[in-house]
Write a protein that binds this ligand. Structure first.
Ligand SMILES: [Fe+2]
Ligand SMILES: [Fe+2]
Length: 266
């Protein structure tokens, strides 16, 4: 975990980093809106456990959390869910319909979940937000949102594997960002290599048209001017993805084989 970062319009980021063996480091952010009826957005990775709870507790009393926006049920987004539900007895979990089903299948009590559909508008404390399906996702239940201050959460879209922990996105140059987005795209949502170019432009162009005042992503460091920068970088990365996919697959396979060899020697 790195220290929580205050953003605009009442938002906080709760950043952490995880290694992607052989490729680099991946940011993993949860977010918190600390206004009336505080809302936690995703629950971090279980591997950080106490450190995540401590970071959260430095910004808000977990007992005051009213809402947990669960973008989807991947473990990098649900890691500390059960623990936070125990610390926040009044909190309700907002989740897509398939996400709710997946939580139930995993054995979780879903009585505190509330299903949200793309396009739903919700009033939560002193803010309104609309649920949106991000341009790229790795689980069909994935839901981000845009709130009435223009803050948008795009979940796994716009992620990048970076060479090292880089707390400020403004310190990442365009080539490094694009290469990192290609690597993340190949790992996380390889289906996007088959996107028709016109559809690809529509998907990312829609974010540019929305012009969010704050673009929050799960897998990039926090930076400024993201709304003007990330859709363009993602489009450039997406165009390269089909050509680079084979090389990336080979690199990941080689690293996996090396890892198995190391395990065999241990
Ligand atoms: Fe995911
Ligand atoms: Fe993710």
């Amino acid at each position: 975990m790195t220290p929580p970062q205050a953003l605009s319009a009442g938002w906080w980021a709760l950043p952490s980093w995880a290694p992607i063996p052989g490729l680099g480091m991946l940011a993993n952010n949860a977010y918190l809106h600390a206004g009336r009826e505080p809302m936690l957005v995703d629950t971090g990775m279980g591997m950080f456990g106490d450190a995540f709870i401590d970071a959260l507790g430095s910004v808000v009393d977990p007992a005051d959390i009213h809402w947990i926006w669960l973008s989807h049920t991947d473990p990098d987004h649900t890691g500390n869910l059960q623990r936070i539900l125990e610390l926040a007895p009044c909190a309700r979990v907002l989740v897509g319909v398939l996400g709710q089903a997946k939580l139930g299948l995993s054995g979780m009590d879903v009585s505190r979940t509330q299903v949200v559909m793309p396009g739903d508008e919700l009033t939560l404390g002193n803010r309104r937000l609309r649920a949106v399906r991000p341009p790229i996702y790795d689980a069909p239940e994935t839901l981000g949102f845009i709130d009435d201050a223009g803050a948008m959460y795009t979940v796994d879209s716009f992620g990048a594997v970076l060479p090292d922990v880089t707390p400020n996105l403004d310190d990442v140059d365009e080539t490094t960002l694009r290469n990192g987005m290609v690597a993340w795209g190949a790992l996380d949502a390889p289906w996007q290599a088959d996107l028709d170019p016109a559809l690809r432009e529509r998907r990312f162009g829609a974010i540019e048209k929305l012009a969010p005042s704050l673009l929050m992503t799960a897998h990039l460091p926090i930076g400024t001017r993201t709304a003007g920068r990330l859709p363009k970088a993602a489009l450039a990365a997406n165009e390269r993805l089909p050509a680079d996919m084979q090389a990336l697959d080979a690199a990941v396979l080689a690293r996996a084989a090396q890892g198995l060899g190391e395990m065999a020697m241990a």
